[in-house]
Design a binder for this molecule. Structure first.
Ligand SMILES: [Zn+2]
Length: 553
């Protein structure tokens, strides 16, 4: 056995599944793991140039992988008018004023990160913005990117007034006389598409690099970008941004891009997507970046009642309405689309949030399986806020992966004030039913949906295990039986997402022959009581044996 370049010793080792092993060393050479052996056998691996990393008390884990994230938009938001840190409505407005004052030459104030639960009904009004910026248009995306907040100047520039109808896939909040009140949900955001400024390619590229830095610091060594297409938040071509990073050698993590399915477009998109996938493959960097996935939005979100539900939403008095949310694509059509994508060798990444959307997505996978037989698509459903009991066993039957955003599975204002009061009785028990999915044999992957919420895997894992956020006094959301054990949650964020990314042959595990994509966590979360898991932090992150982040450096 040749000597290792790098040897990790003293740590517990989470290998990607099950309980961590103790008393072992992990040896790396040429960017790959060459041995995982008991400490007693370590001396045979140590040569003159072997660097030894003693990490006593820590946990060595495969690098985290995020199965649903929007890094470029998140990075750009960090560089623009960013409200993610605002504590309430007043603070959000103050931040807009500060940004506008500091950037007098910007003709539009664009940004995002506001939180629905800071505003009555989740819908901020234009006059709040007018009070601080009257002369320039302001357009700010909500943290979850499903709503936009505009001031009067932006509304005027877009030519919107009381006579503007709601688009089929969205809703305009209105004042008593019908004039837009300032919040635009879902497809109504696109009413600004022709007038809002584009994000320059240079800013988008800077955003990607900034985001990558953030993600590496959180131990994330690979991800699935859940929106590679035109027009997200004014970014014209996300694919081109990744290609540039590939060409300039700045992409450190490995990325699977999910090509955006235009819901009003035709099946000819399959061919266009195939061409783009092949064009990227021809660059020869598929180890770093590939485009084998398609993202389909099945529905909206619960907070603005566009998540597709099997039962009607209620109004604020508890009475049933005639709204049970939106299916963005007709279910028959969805089955055709998914069958066609599956046949063309694509993975389908569904946004499926309400229980009807989950059923429609699973029905579409079932239809594809009937026509095409088993494929290696590894289709996955993200978000899964409400999953009917009848659907939980279908994931395993259809080899569909449950892509969890575990950070959301806790009581907090967004769910307690904007969601649960408007759903039927009994729906609380069906929120994010991770335990039911595991008991029914579903494969799990995990992701953050950053910048919708924090990208920190340890925060999400804490909630997956507890179903209660740190430092709040609440019952586990949906009941204690929906909690995951720590090893299952860690596996979802490592080997589980590697599977979804079609990278389980060389990442997601600590095994001989695998890439040395690793994270060191201290203290070892397995040594902590469940309610203390959030105390564990990332000490260092490694890609192919190279340190790409260090807390102390
Ligand atoms: Zn998303």
């Amino acid at each position: 056995m040749p000597a290792a370049d790098l040897l990790f010793t003293g740590a517990a080792v989470f290998t990607g599944t099950g309980q961590p092993i103790h008393g072992h060393v992990v040896a790396v050479r040429g960017g790959r793991i060459i041995a995982v052996v008991p400490e007693g056998e370590a001396s045979a691996l140590v040569g003159e140039h072997t660097r030894i990393e003693r990490i006593d008390g820590a946990l060595l884990s495969p690098g985290f992988q995020d199965a649903h994230v929007h890094p470029i938009g998140a990075g750009v938001e960090l560089l623009m008018c960013n409200l993610a840190e605002a504590t309430d409505a007043e603070d959000a407005v103050a931040k807009v004023k500060t940004y506008a004052d500091a950037n007098p030459d910007e003709t539009w104030i664009v940004g995002g990160g506001w939180s629905m639960d800071h505003f009555p009904g989740g819908a901020p009004v234009r006059t709040l913005l007018d009070a601080v910026v009257r002369d320039r248009p302001v357009l700010l995306m909500s943290r979850d990117h499903h709503s936009a907040w505009a001031n009067t100047a932006a509304i005027a520039l877009a030519g919107l007034d009381a006579s503007t109808p709601d688009p089929a896939d969205g809703r305009i909040e209105r004042e008593a006389d019908g004039f837009p009140a300032g919040t635009f949900h879902e497809g109504a955001e696109h009413l600004f598409r022709d007038v809002r400024p584009e994000i320059s390619d240079d800013l988008a590229y800077a955003g990607l690099l900034r985001a990558q830095e953030e993600l590496l610091a959180l131990g994330i060594t690979g991800w699935q970008d859940a929106f590679v297409g035109g027009g997200l938040g004014g970014i014209q071509d996300i694919d081109a941004i990744y290609r540039r990073a590939l060409a300039e050698g700045t992409l450190r993590a490995h990325v699977v891009g999910a090509q955006w399915w235009e819901r009003d477009g035709g099946l000819d998109q399959v061919e266009a997507m195939t061409s783009r996938r092949e064009a990227v493959a021809a660059l020869g960097g598929t180890q770093r970046y590939e485009l084998g996935t398609t993202k389909i939005m099945v529905d909206g979100v619960a907070e603005n009642q566009t998540a597709a539900m099997l039962t009607p939403y209620r109004d604020s008095h508890g009475h049933d309405t005639d709204n049970s949310g939106l299916s963005f694509i007709d279910p028959t059509r969805l089955r055709e689309i998914v069958t066609s994508l599956d046949e063309a060798g694509f993975q389908v990444h569904f946004h499926a949030l309400g229980d009807r959307a989950v059923r429609e997505a699973l029905d579409a996978i079932e239809a594809a399986r009937e026509v095409n037989g088993p494929t290696d698509g590894r289709h996955h459903l993200a978000h899964l806020q409400v999953v009917a009991e009848s659907e939980t066993a279908r994931f395993a039957e259809l080899d569909a992966v449950a892509n969890l955003q575990a950070l959301w599975a806790t009581h907090e204002d967004q769910i307690d004030e904007l969601t649960l009061p408007f759903m039927q009785d009994g729906q609380e028990a069906r929120q994010y039913p991770f335990g039911d999915l595991v008991r029914n044999g579903a494969r799990l992957a995990a992701g953050s949906d950053w910048p919708v919420s924090s990208a920190d895997p340890l925060d999400a894992i804490h909630i997956a295990v507890n179903r209660v956020a740190p430092d709040i006094d609440a019952e586990p959301l949906g009941g204690a039986h929906q909690r995951l054990d720590l090893a299952t949650a860690m596996a979802a964020y490592t080997s589980g997402t590697a599977y979804v990314n079609h990278r389980d042959h060389d990442t997601g595990y600590i095994r001989e022959g695998y890439l040395a994509n690793l994270v060191v966590l201290d203290p070892d979360p397995f040594s902590l009581s469940p309610d203390e898991i959030h105390r564990s932090t990332v000490v260092s992150t490694w890609i192919e044996g190279e340190r790409v982040y260090s807390r102390t450096a």
